[in-house]
Write a protein that binds this ligand. Structure first.
Ligand SMILES: *[C@@H]1O[C@H](CO)[C@@H](O)[C@H](O)[C@H]1NC(C)=O
Ligand SMILES: *[C@@H]1O[C@H](CO)[C@@H](O)[C@H](O)[C@H]1NC(C)=O
Length: 379
């Protein structure tokens, strides 16, 4: 028995190297951009990223084709060449759907072979004609066992189609990704993990929006990496749920927000987590971009707190309380992603950063962190 171990180790290592050199991405350091952020594409410091997502293309519910709003066509069709000026090797993906999209249209499209083909063929045509390197599906969310199964079928057919298109066009295969719920378990409905793992280059785990004034009357960490009680949502719980269900860590990309949520405290002296509030502050849903948070802190002399147990930041001034991720939270999450041998990280969204500060901190943290050699540990 013991004599077989070194052989299996060598075989495993050879296999891993083969996989990495033949097909897989080695790292994803990514962010999303969208036109309504009013952040100029030319301002993105693309040297801090390996991949950038351009969001969102729409699904036409009548034709089941992917389209881009006429007001966005110029920005989308020039996105790749614009971001490649500062970083010629950055890859771009066209994102389809998003949180505001009609999820019933996606469910309907995925339920039938003809409409799936319209979606798939039109998405490939659009990606190629605009010069994107890949496609990203943000269907938030498949919400029943049937929809999850159809989501899996869609992904398998999409993969076959991009492989066939690469062969016939002689061009590198389009990358395929999807943004998914932070956990593999979406309110008791399970994602089709095998279809996800076999069809997609990776998934973006949206590990945020855990607390917000729209659904929580008390303050809380909007994007905790850990929940000490182990009862609530957290990034770590999400990563564990996906990998325990069979997603390879190297297909998982951890998401974090470049925005926070602001609450109005019931009592200015009670400003820890789970403090009572009277609802949202600053904006109707309380959401506020990181750049605006930095400005709020300076303008109001706000107190800032980093909680290393949950990995989250908050600040407060008077009765205004904001939960968010600052440098230390982002850096800790990036180190976590590297040490767990995840493929990488992404943020929503690049335009909410403060002079690229979070993206710079994240990129440096990834480069400075040693990966854990899981394969050696297992043997
Ligand atoms: C961090 O947050 C946890 C969860 O609310 C809390 O139990 C702990 O006391 C906090 N730590 C600090 C240093 O504030
Ligand atoms: C965060 O880190 C980046 C990169 O080191 C730095 O440029 C920026 O000033 C930092 N921001 C804060 C608020 O410390």
């Amino acid at each position: 028995m013991s004599s077989t171990k070194p052989i299996s180790l060598i075989v495993s290592i050879t296999f891993i190297f083969f996989l990495q050199s033949s097909s897989a991405q080695t790292v994803v350091k990514a962010s999303y951009w969208f036109p309504a952020s009013e952040y100029p594409v030319t301002d993105i410091d693309s040297s801090l990223f390996t991949h950038l997502f351009c969001a969102f293309a729409d699904l036409n519910p009548q034709t089941n084709q992917v389209t881009v709003a006429s007001t966005s066509q110029t920005k989308f069709s020039t996105f790749t060449q614009t971001v490649q000026r500062r970083n010629p090797s950055v890859k771009t993906l066209l994102s389809i759907g998003g949180g505001a999209a009609d999820k019933t249209a996606f469910a309907s499209m995925a339920s039938n072979p003809t409409s799936r083909k319209s979606f798939i063929d039109s998405s490939i045509r659009l990606a190629r004609s605009y010069g994107f390197h890949g496609l990203d599906l943000d269907w938030e969310y498949p919400s029943s066992a049937t929809e999850m199964s159809n989501f899996g079928t869609l992904l398998r057919e999409w993969r076959s189609a991009v492989v066939a298109e690469a062969t016939s066009s002689g061009r590198p295969r389009l990358l395929l990704a999807a943004a998914v719920f932070y956990s593999n378990n979406y309110y008791s409905v399970l994602y089709p993990v095998q279809a996800v793992a076999n069809s997609l280059d990776w998934v973006n785990l949206m590990a945020y929006d855990f607390y917000g004034p729209g659904w929580s009357r008390v303050t809380g960490p909007p994007a905790a990496l850990y929940d000490p009680s182990n009862a609530g949502p957290s990034g770590d719980a999400g990563i564990r749920s996906w990998t325990q269900a069979g997603l390879p860590a190297k297909k998982a990309v951890l998401g974090f927000p470049y925005y926070g949520y602001a609450w109005r405290l019931s009592n200015a002296n009670s400003h820890s987590y789970y403090a009572a509030t009277t609802g949202a502050a600053i904006s109707p849903d309380g959401s506020i971009g990181y750049g605006q948070i930095r400005k709020f802190i300076v303008d109001n002399g706000a107190s800032t707190v980093y909680n290393s147990t949950v990995v989250g930041d908050y600040c407060y001034a008077g009765t205004t309380w904001i939960g968010y991720d600052d440098n230390q939270s982002i850096v800790t999450k990036v180190r976590y992603a590297k040490q767990r041998d995840l493929l990488g990280y992404f943020s929503w969204h690049v335009g909410a950063d403060d002079n690229s500060g979070l993206s710079r901190a994240a990129s440096r943290a990834w480069d400075a962190t040693a990966a854990t050699a899981i394969i050696i540990q297992k043997v």
